[in-house]
Design a protein around this ligand. Structure first.
Ligand code: C2E
Ligand code: CA
Ligand code: CA
Ligand code: CA
Length: 280
């Protein structure tokens, strides 16, 4: 019984530490968002599985913390979501990406479409689409130069309203992808109703391809059939090996994203990648 009490204390203590850490992180993040320094976008290539050509990029947020160094978005995005900071932070992301596309265009470098991750709170924020329209026009960037990635959980329970927002984004000319597909809750009939362009198969399914566990290929195969049936582009995330690449070919996956074909990289390195494309 004595031990039980101690264990309980320790546990409470851990929670306090965690809460304090989150609070500090929130304060630091608020400062960063207000002053705008320490934030940067990384760009990860998406390549065609058929030709290997660079066809698109995903923009991934990086935060250089003043004392802790680089912090993973998996750590600070949840803090931003809980605190509401994700709204101004998301706007900064949009500005950084559109600013980057503007720079490429000014330099005469033909960009590829860039995908931007959206948190549920951003997607459901009043005036989100107006913000997108205003920023596109400020940076003089065409809507077709960007796409948005959202997860299945974003649309959970609010399908009808969600479809409306998706439709407006697509009418603008932005493309939509469902991120981490297969890990969420979508029923297949609901997927049919969604005005989207792309499915991104979650890394957890790619990772085990070629491995021992039975059934992983079956999931990729099923999602592939679904994508073909619904006329959606299919992307495999987290592709790290040549073996995975080869197997994905047998499932008619169109696009590959992963360390095999490029890590997320800073804008200078990604610009090199853009310029290295054979000219048409
Ligand atoms: P995500 O949208 O699923 O992004 C893909 C993550 O997988 C990225 O992690 C990327 O670096 C990583 N990755 C890519 N290829 C591979 C691979 O071959 N192997 C492995 N092991 N990992 C790979 P990252 O950059 O740490 O981002 C983590 C998550 O943070 C993202 O997951 C996304 O949900 C969120 N995030 C990142 N940037 C933003 C942003 O600007 N806004 C919002 N709302 N969320 C963001
Ligand atoms: Ca994503
Ligand atoms: Ca993903
Ligand atoms: Ca993810």
């Amino acid at each position: 019984k004595q031990e039980g009490r101690n264990a309980y204390r320790l546990y409470r203590c851990d929670i306090d530490v965690q809460a304090r850490d989150h609070l500090t992180m929130e304060t630091d993040l608020r400062n960063t968002v207000e002053h705008g320094d320490g934030l940067e976008m990384a760009y990860q290539p998406l390549v065609s599985r058929q030709t290997g050509a660079l066809v698109s990029a995903e923009a991934l947020l990086r935060w250089h913390h003043p004392t802790r160094g680089l912090i993973s978005p998996d750590e600070f995005i949840p803090v931003a979501e809980r605190s509401g900071l994700i709204i101004p932070l998301g706007e900064r992301v949009l500005e950084m990406v559109l600013g980057q596309i503007r720079t490429w265009q000014d330099q005469g470098i033909q960009p590829v479409p860039v995908a931007i991750n959206l948190s549920a709170r951003q997607f459901w924020q009043e005036g989100f689409i107006d913000t997108v329209i205003a920023k596109l026009s400020h940076y003089k960037v065409a809507p077709s130069a960007i796409s948005f990635e959202l997860t299945e959980s974003t649309l959970l329970n609010k399908q009808a309203q969600g479809i409306e927002i998706l439709q407006r984004l697509r009418q603008l000319g932005c493309r939509i992808a469902i991120d981490d597909f297969g890990t969420g809750y979508s029923s297949l009939s609901y997927l049919q109703e969604l005005p989207i362009d792309t499915l991104k198969i979650d890394r957890s399914f790619t990772r085990t391809l070629g491995g021992e566990k039975r059934g992983n290929g079956a999931i990729v195969a099923a999602v592939s059939g679904l994508a073909r049936e619904l006329d959606l582009c299919l992307v495999a995330e987290g592709v790290e090996t040549q073996e995975q690449w080869d197997i994905l070919g047998t499932y008619q996956v169109e696009m590959i994203q992963g360390f095999l074909t490029g890590h997320p990289m800073n804008s200078d390195d990604f610009t090199q990648r853009l310029m290295a494309r054979p000219s048409k």
